[in-house]
Design a protein around this ligand. Structure first.
Ligand code: HEM
Length: 408
């Protein structure tokens, strides 16, 4: 269904396509009614009761790049590239023009120029491609004076880190996300074919959520530890979201205004040990109930946790070492947009691709990560093994290209 068709049917994409970042909005009425009427998703789809996501597109033009405020798609691949020696500002302009042309075509459901598999381009499935620039790209362009302080300095080391080079760093990021893993795979292949003369792949991480239509109503997704993950997040379309995520006009290098910062951490989970823990310990580790994501102080998933509440022994109901107590903002600026994906590359290689967007990593991400590093009991079962930081340029208009505000 096209976007316009969706709107004219009185259904918003946000309502229809649910996902980890969404609240308890629920699938729109038509979809819910469809579940009651038919039991098989394919039957419901045929009856028009489920949104046909394959042909749904996300706009790629605008003030901000797509893939940040966009409701989470079910699949994503993150690729970090290292630029070849000798790639300078002129070459980067050529590269970004090529990639932008691919992005415009593929996100509209049309093949890229010289597309090796044009058949695969016909299912856009809410495809978005988001591009980030690492410090190495600014160096190659001879534009280090344009780097924000946080990019120049990079993220500090945290005690819990066991970082591997194979999962860390990179001159450039491509975040490719869609509801269909075949669409993601094809888009990545096309983008990498065009990038090949300019760059080599440093790392690739692929992640997933449950597809939006596996639950009868939109629910917050679960990570591989079984927890409902994504409850507390700024709401796209609000001033709050804009302040948390986009770089403001004041104090920002002009080229990055309307852009963002992306932090990507690969966090391995010891799921075998975690799986053997009892329910109380699991719930105390996070500070929320496993069944419904409600805080341990009661209510529902959307009830605010009461961090002051104590039990009959005078101990905090939400333990001092619980993840949500430590991750909770301790000041108005200490907030981030989380857009994580689960990964599973084998029995001992599963975890979370923690992806977060924010205006300033130094004041928003770092204080949270420091507290988690020092005390979070979740560290017993989780280990950061990769880390990367990128400046995400603002969006582009038809005829323009990603990164033009820096390179142009
Ligand atoms: C594998 C590692 C992690 C797991 C399994 C995990 C899981 C969770 C879960 C289940 C929640 C509660 C529900 C929700 O609000 O989404 C949560 C909340 C949160 N997490 Fe994590 N998380 C991880 C890593 C991180 C990291 C690295 C950060 C940032 C440095 C972070 C920041 C947050 C924040 C800001 C909240 C909301 C806190 C609040 O205000 O209540 N998490 N996380």
């Amino acid at each position: 269904m096209s976007q316009d068709a969706e709107r004219s049917a009185g259904l918003t994409r946000r309502g229809l396509l649910g996902g980890l970042a969404l609240g308890a909005g629920g699938l729109a009425v038509g979809a819910t009614a469809g579940y009651a009427a038919a039991s098989e998703p394919r039957e419901q789809l045929a009856a028009g009761a489920l949104p046909e996501m394959g042909s749904t597109t996300e706009p790629c033009h605008g003030a901000h790049q797509a893939g940040i405020a966009t409701p989470l798609q079910a699949n994503a691949t993150f690729v970090a590239l290292d630029l070849e020696r000798g790639v300078d500002r002129e070459a980067l302009i050529r590269l970004m023009r090529l990639l932008t042309d691919d992005i415009v075509r593929l996100t509209a459901g049309t093949p890229a120029l010289a597309d090796p598999q044009p058949e695969l381009a016909q299912v856009p499935a809410r495809l978005t491609v988001t591009v980030g620039f690492g410090m190495g790209l600014l160096r190659a362009a001879g534009l280090t004076d344009q780097a924000p302080a946080w990019l120049k300095a990079g993220l500090p080391a945290f005690d819990i880190d066991r970082l591997r080079r194979t999962w860390s760093g990179g001159d450039m990021l491509l975040q490719v996300a869609a509801e269909d893993p075949v669409t993601v795979s094809h888009a990545v292949r096309v983008l990498l074919t065009d990038a090949r003369p300019f760059a080599t792949v440093r790392w690739v991480q692929s992640g997933f959520h449950r597809p939006a239509n596996t639950a009868p109503h939109a629910t917050t997704g679960r990570n591989l530890m079984g927890q409902i993950d994504g409850t507390i997040n700024p709401e796209p379309g609000t001033t709050d979201f804009d302040q948390v995520v986009w770089l403001p006009p004041d104090g920002t290098p002009a080229w990055l205004q309307g852009g963002s910062a992306a932090v990507i951490r690969r966090i391995e989970m010891d799921l075998t040990t975690w799986g053997g823990m009892d329910q109380v310990s699991k719930e105390e580790a996070i500070g929320r109930r496993l069944a419904d994501g409600a805080p341990l102080t009661g209510g529902t998933e959307s009830t605010a946790p009461d961090f002051e509440a104590t039990d009959e022994y005078g101990l905090p109901v939400i333990p001092d070492t619980s993840h949500i107590r430590l991750a909770h903002a301790q000041g108005p600026g200490e907030r981030i947009l989380r857009r994580p994906y689960n990964y599973d590359d084998g029995p001992e290689e599963a975890g979370l691709i923690f992806v977060a967007y924010m205006a300033d990593p130094d004041t928003q991400f770092v204080p949270i990560q420091r507290r988690l590093s020092e005390l979070d009991v979740l560290n017993v079962w989780t280990t950061p093994i990769g880390s990367a930081l990128f400046a995400v340029p603002p969006g582009f208009e038809p005829g323009g290209y990603v990164g033009e505000t820096l390179l142009g």
